[in-house]
Design a protein around this ligand. Sequence first.
Ligand code: LHQ
Length: 258
Amino acid sequence: TVLSALGDGVLRLTLNRPDKLNAFNEEMHLALRAGFERAHSDDRVRAVLLTGAGRGFSAGQDLGDRDPRKGGAPDLGHTIETFYNPLLRLIRGLEKPVVCAVNGVAAGAGANIAFACDITLAARSARFIQAFAKIGLVPDSGGTWSLPRLIGEARAKALALTGEPLDAETAANWGLIWRVVDDPALVDETFALAARLAAGPTKGLGLTKRAIQAAATHSLDEQLDLERDLQREAGLSADYAEGVAAFLEKRKPEFKGR
Ligand code: LHQ
């Protein structure tokens, strides 16, 4: 249900239930989680690229798997606690860049998982849908946290309360995602970006990710202290030594991610 391939330092994870628009069932959750756990523990992985197979990125939860007509109302809190929240924490907690290539429709949790990644690009034909509103649910996968932060409360509420689709161009103009790419170029462009990041000083990039995320809950004073501490750590890295040496020697740096 998830294809996994490591090349050029990039772990490419492809959601692979195309006949269901890559809707999440338990098996796909476990496979994706295993991919991100590998990204944590395997030093050869310097960046992750998340995308979907077929014409969709992900239609969110597989509703056939959580159908109240079968065996009574399911405990969705348990589903969130067991599957979605750990996935979100893994993506946000991974101190390596996570690039997301939204190749088609991203609905429900599928949209909010895309917004949780560090750099999200979308095919021009992609759409984002807070589909929760259509079935009586609340945005999850961090959506109620990320949407107001990324686009402000007015737009966040309108998207979440109406469930209206948002086209990729508008998503980029609003700052929900980084960039729109013509459909045929999406795979190559996102892989090139992920590979460029993977060849970079990924220790420092990971610390940068941590710092920017911490700002959401910090005062300026707390953030200045954090920047001091992280800069101290970054300054001790082999990549910083290499970066400065390469600059002064007017050559290309060779970063190791340490
Ligand atoms: C699907 C799905 C799907 C199953 C398309 N499930 N089969 C967390 C915790 C626990 C429970 C609840 O939820 C959550 C978080 C969530 O993510 S809630 C939101 C769940 N997602 C949705 O409500 C979206 C439902 N899907 C749609 O509205 C449409 O499929 C979209 C707008 C995504 C795409 O529309 P189309 O391009 O017209 O494609 P389609 O509807 O024809 O879908 C293609 C196939 O995929 C179709 O199967 P079929 O056998 O008829 O070809 C769909 O039934 C299936 N599919 N989404 N979530």
